[in-house]
Every structure is written in C-alpha cells, then in structure tokens.
Design a protein around this ligand. Sequence first.
Ligand SMILES: [Zn+2]
Ligand SMILES: [Zn+2]
Length: 144
Amino acid sequence: MTTEKTYRGRCFCGTIEFTASGDPAVQGYCHCESCRHWSASPVNAFTLWPRESVAIIKGANSIGTYLKTDRSHRKWCKDCGGHVFTDHPGMGLIDVYAAIIPNYPFRPTVHVQYGEGVLHVRDGLPKFKDFPKEFDGSGVTVPE
Ligand SMILES: [Zn+2]
Ligand SMILES: [Zn+2]
C-alpha cells in the first residue's frame, strides 16, 4: 500500500499523459538562457523529481527528444509541440515544468541562474547566481 500522492500531467493537446509521484527533490525557478529560449518565456518554473517517480501513461510514441547537450534531454509532444519535461540523466532527475502539472501545489524555494536572468522577482526567496553548492554551483547568492 502506498500513501504517495500522484500528480497527473499532460501535453498541450493531451496525447501524452504522465504522472509524477511522491515529492520533488527541489522546486523553484530557473532563469538561464537555455530555459528561457526553450520555454519561450522569461523564466522556467521547475520541479525536479527522481527519475523513477515519473511514469508515462499515454502517448509514449509521440514524445520527441532534443539534446543540445547530453545533460538535458528535452521532451515535447510531436503532435502539438507542447513541452512536457526535461530528463537530466546525469543528475538522475526529471524536470517536470510546474505549468504542466496543474494540480501539483507548486511551492518554489529557490531561484537558480539568477545571474543571467532578465526578469527580476521580488519574492524574498534566495537568488543563486548559478546553483547552490549541493548542485555543483558556486553557492553565491545575488540581490533581487
Ligand atoms: Zn500534445
Ligand atoms: Zn535553466
């Protein structure tokens, strides 16, 4: 028996459906150029889950993958073009974009790559120039 919570996500057209179960390892906002360019938005709201917590339940054949670098396997729907998540095999984590799992109670705790950001957010959360030390970053924080 499991008491794990399960959150359902889908692409823009609904061809792809997946679940994320349990709790994410970390959640927040990424301001890096790659996230902004890929998401076509000024900031990416991320939730990073252990890979085994994410399961495709429908439309696996419609998932496209793009690797600009081997660190990030970006996934989208071949039917609608909607983005679904990014697999980070090196970290063992999958970034499910917060906007794709609307019933997940997103509680961001951190801003990363704020040093290259374009949108200033005055929410009082820590703003890392790059990444916290536990994610191989400098651990340096910058003002809002
Ligand atoms: Zn779709
Ligand atoms: Zn990013």
